[in-house]
Design a protein around this ligand. Structure first.
Ligand code: CO
Length: 212
């Protein structure tokens, strides 16, 4: 192997594991036994928005799914499997959709370059733009427009979650989870609450299932 940059990660891992055990000799053994996180995090793949680090949480506390621009696409088998597992087996109490200002996926969706297969993914963000075009176009700068689309996208993805049979069933029978839409600001490291759907929030009737 000519490039040894990845070795740094392995060395850091050794140091981290050693530090954990020095602090608390039972640390890993305790985590092996159970996984019972209260939160499912659906975030952007962006390397600057790591779920645990920005929320001060430890391994075992957040079940995480990340994709480009934190999308909830109703045909995405990966997302839906994570959601079903988190809601039905881990019994999470909260689902957080977390976007971030300056999101590259959202920016890419707002321009007209073809990027290959990723077009298919960005298409879902373009749909959100189309729904909210008037509000977005009224903003004075490209940055303001992008950031508003980031917020509106988070809101739409929260609503997409509520439209799934998985969430509707859990709301009906267990009155959980609470779904939250947050946006992270790369400039100050702070999370902002954008939108919120407590259990049994009414949804558009066309998406309601009556036999769950
Ligand atoms: Co992003």
């Amino acid at each position: 192997m000519t490039n040894s940059k990845q070795l740094r990660l392995l060395l850091e891992n050794k140091a981290w594991a050693k530090g954990k055990i020095l602090d608390d000799p039972e640390y890993f053994e305790r985590l092996v036994g159970i996984q019972h996180p209260e939160f499912l995090w659906i975030g952007c793949s962006d390397s600057r928005v790591p779920a645990n680090e920005i929320t001060g949480t430890e391994p075992g506390e957040i079940f995480v799914h990340r994709n480009i621009a934190n999308m909830v696409v109703h045909t995405d088998l990966n997302l839906l499997s994570v959601l079903q597992y988190a809601v039905e087996y881990l019994e999470v109490k909260h689902v957080i959709v977390c976007g971030h200002y300056g999101c590259g996926g959202v920016k890419a969706a707002m321009n007209h370059h073809s990027l290959g297969i990723i077009n298919k993914w960005l298409r879902n963000i373009k749909d959100v733009y189309r729904i909210h075009r008037e509000e977005i176009m009224a903003l004075p700068t490209e940055e303001a427009q992008t950031n508003r689309l980031v917020e509106l996208n988070v809101k739409e993805q929260v609503m997409h979650l509520a439209e799934t049979s998985i969430i509707q069933k859990a709301w009906k029978h267990h009155q959980r989870p609470h779904i939250h839409g947050w946006v992270y600001d790369l400039h100050d490291g702070l999370l902002r609450q954008i939108f919120d759907m407590p259990p049994n929030t009414p949804i558009d009737p066309i998406y309601q299932f009556d036999n769950l």
